[in-house]
Design a protein around this ligand. Structure first.
Ligand SMILES: C[C@H](O)[C@@H](O)CC(=O)C(=O)O
Ligand code: MG
Length: 438
């Protein structure tokens, strides 16, 4: 490890035309082309680090520019220098004296930070010859804590409290790891009910999913109340009274509208309403949570929550009942560790977001770590799964009986097949040239 020096940062704009078939569509993102800013850290050894951040099409070129702007901070660093003071390196990227003005720690620059740091974590895990979840699970708690930037969150979680949570969870770690290797981590599927799918598609996909052993389903809502009532009624009939249903509005409503709309869907017994309103409206989420509690419906959010500071406030305000971490939205593993530990302190379950390309591959590592080393609980917990584009990854997710099988390849599962990258590179890849011609 001492000898591994980063000598080049490559970043590419890779897009998949998922909008053509309405995969991934919701009430706000009606035509998403699942995309990534894809980063490769080349080193002076054979090892490379692969990282990415997710977007939904146009604008990926802006994230690519932001990664290029950050790359000067990474070039020439050794892996040992970075991991020897990962908190310092996180701050270097997130708090650069000039670049922080275009954030700080939010929006495009935060997505770019995620892509770069995901690549660094991938490189570290590869250098150690372990999948990332195992690197984290085996890491000494003091070392783990040293990767987290506690700035702005110590009023909710101190370093000592974070350490105590990790130490308290030590007993039983081995058993939980064995359990995960044997049974996997429970998952739910969103792939049956994207908003642009017809009722026929929904019926077919849901029936197939039930036959494959899925028991937890998420439906997109929010564009039209009568459509939502019809679709939720259809899916509830298909899955029966005992399986789990969640609904996701992707930020479509105002606060009072959200309460009114979800009340109309309460008869279908959704476990949660996801992103009912603006992802920035913490007090709005708190009002919605309070209004829906009597119906037994929780509020979930996080896929567009900028950073640990906002998660802190969501938790302090009891504005969320499910914390949806995202591997590519906040500052990579470093910031997600802070969020996972805060969720543990506030006793709120973490149910990761994974609707996008590559997000299942990455976030499975974080939720495995959460179970093995932090929460030690599966109660009310599950990880999202979407059945798209896994074939473009070197180590794709493996689902068995609606559970994520822990990855065994070293790294963070970010590496894409070079052929896929070339074909889908925007705008020059073959796939996009063909679409241009039509
Ligand atoms: C645009 C994405 O597909 C989004 O709809 C994903 C999402 O909200 C989810 O998976 O949850
Ligand atoms: Mg969502």
């Amino acid at each position: 490890m001492p000898g591994i020096k980063i000598i080049n940062v490559k970043v590419r704009d890779v897009r998949f035309p998922t909008s053509l078939e309405q995969h991934g569509s919701d009430a706000m993102h009606t035509d998403p082309d699942y995309s990534v800013a894809y980063v490769v850290l080349e080193t002076d050894t054979e090892l490379k680090g692969y990282g990415l951040t997710f977007t939904v099409g146009r604008g990926t070129e802006i994230v690519v520019c932001a990664v290029k702007a950050l790359s000067t901070l990474v070039l020439g660093k050794t892996l040992e220098e970075i991991t020897g003071d990962f908190r310092g390196f996180y701050r270097l990227l997130s708090s650069d004296g000039q670049m922080r003005w275009i954030g700080p720690e939010k929006g495009v620059i935060q997505l770019a930070t995620a892509a770069v740091l995901n690549a660094v974590w991938d490189l570290w895990a590869r250098a150690e010859g372990k999948p990332l979840w195992k690197l984290l699970a085996d890491m000494d708690p003091v070392k783990l804590i040293s990767c987290i930037d506690f700035r702005y969150i110590t009023d909710a979680l101190t370093e000592q409290e974070a350490l105590d949570i990790l130490v308290k969870a030590k007993p039983g770690k081995k058993t939980r790891e064995e359990q995960m290797l044997r049974d996997g981590y429970p998952a739910y599927t969103t792939s049956c009910a994207w908003l642009g799918y017809t009722d026929l598609q929904l019926t077919q996909l849901c029936s197939e999913a039930l036959a494959q052993g899925w028991t937890k389903f998420k439906v997109k809502v929010g564009a039209d109340l009568q459509d939502d009532i019809r679709r939720c009624s259809l899916i509830r009939k298909l899955i029966g009274p005992d399986n789990t249903l969640m609904i996701d509005a992707n930020q479509r409503w105002d606060v009072n509208e959200a309460v009114h709309w979800v009340t109309k869907l309460a008869e279908f017994r959704p476990l949660w309403i996801e992103e009912p309103t603006s992802p920035d409206d913490i007090l709005g989420h708190a009002s919605i949570s309070k209004a829906l509690a009597p119906f037994g419906i929780g509020v979930a959010s996080g896929e567009q929550c900028h950073n640990r500071v906002m998660f802190k406030q969501f938790l302090q305000a009891s504005a969320l009942q499910f914390v949806q971490i995202d591997s590519c939205r906040v500052g990579s593993v470093n910031e997600n560790l802070a969020i996972i530990l805060m969720a543990a302190k506030f006793n709120v379950p973490v149910c990761p977001h994974a609707g996008g390309v590559g997000l299942c591959e990455l976030v499975q590592h974080l939720i495995l770590f959460d179970y093995i080393s932090v929460s030690a609980s599966l109660s009310n917990r599950m990880c999202e799964y979407v059945d798209h584009l896994h074939e473009h990854f070197r180590s794709p997710t493996i689902i068995r009986n609606a559970h994520y099988t822990p990855p065994s390849d070293p790294g963070f599962s970010c590496e894409m097949l070079e052929e896929s990258v070339q074909k889908h590179q925007f705008p020059e890849g073959e796939v996009w040239r063909d679409i241009e011609k039509q």
